[in-house]
Design a protein around this ligand. Structure first.
Ligand SMILES: Nc1ncnc2c1ncn2[C@@H]1O[C@H](COP(=O)(O)OP(=O)(O)O)[C@@H](O)[C@H]1O
Ligand SMILES: [Mg+2]
Length: 240
């Protein structure tokens, strides 16, 4: 469903960030994109959303991501960026959540139902009419996740979804992600979360994929992880 073909990208001339990157993700896969700070994870997400111009080709359902196709493609992809502050553009959580469903021709009644169901599922009913600029960072992150779930996209992209969350909300998000049947790409250095939510892992280092395989194998490979500035998930590290 998602394919990168020889993608190159640099923010600044002569400082390549993504280097000849190729991979393919099939419909329904849940893929964890891991790597140290600065490896290029967020950049991969932004490239996929057509937010940055690049060399090479990116395909979503065999359609190349270009200016002309962007609108159709974004409709298929629900995304939570690393900084969700920039993502909420309506005054309240409710208005943000209902915007996409209404825009995509769902009836108001159906849209309201979806919003209420998602809020209940995430334990956020109390946030419904709160103002987006008056809620905490963690609450904003939860609201951003709620917004994409209400959209019911074909694929879900989450960049560090649990980074601002307390342990309780982190668990709620993990359980919710596990229940979603859509294609998922999740970046994180919370490798326990990746282990809980993803079947496959792509390990990114200096803009290249250095490992691609089952999550249970890659996340157990201590030498591989440590050579790329990461550590075993806590749940897999043996403590004496
Ligand atoms: N707007 C920007 N301008 C210049 N360099 C950037 C910008 N955003 C990110 N970078 C650089 O690109 C590299 C990859 O960043 P990023 O994709 O955010 O990494 P990750 O999400 O894996 O931590 C880093 O070296 C980072 O400093
Ligand atoms: Mg990042």
């Amino acid at each position: 469903m998602i394919e990168f073909q020889h993608v190159n990208f640099a923010y600044e001339k002569d400082r390549p960030v993504i280097r000849d990157l190729s991979f393919r993700i099939e419909s329904g896969e849940s893929v964890g994109l891991i790597g140290a700070n600065g490896a290029g994870k967020s950049t991969v997400m932004k490239l996929l959303l057509g937010l940055l111009p690049c060399e090479g080709q990116i395909l979503v359902d065999d359609t190349p991501v270009t200016k002309e196709t962007l609108k159709t493609i974004r409709r298929k992809l629900g995304f939570v960026l690393q900084n969700s502050d920039n993502q909420m553009f309506m005054p309240t959580v409710y208005e943000d959540m209902i915007f996409a469903p209404l825009n995509y021709m769902v009836s108001r009644e159906e849209a309201e139902k979806r919003v209420d169901a998602v809020l209940a599922r995430l334990g956020l009913t109390e946030l419904k009419y709160r103002h987006n600029h008056k809620i905490s960072g963690g609450e904003k992150r939860m609201a951003a996740i709620a917004t994409i779930l209400a959209m019911e996209p074909e694929a879900i992209l989450m960049d560090e979804p649990t980074s601002a969350l307390d342990p309780y909300n982190r668990r709620v998000v993990i359980n919710t992600i596990r229940e979603l049947s859509q294609t998922k790409i999740i970046t994180s250095h919370d490798l326990d979360m990746i282990l809980d939510t993803c079947d496959r892992v792509l390990l990114l280092s200096e803009g290249q994929i250095v490992a691609d395989g089952p999550a249970g194998e890659i996340l157990r490979d201590q030498a591989l992880l440590e050579s790329h500035r990461m550590e075993l998930p806590l749940s897999l590290s043996r403590r004496e």
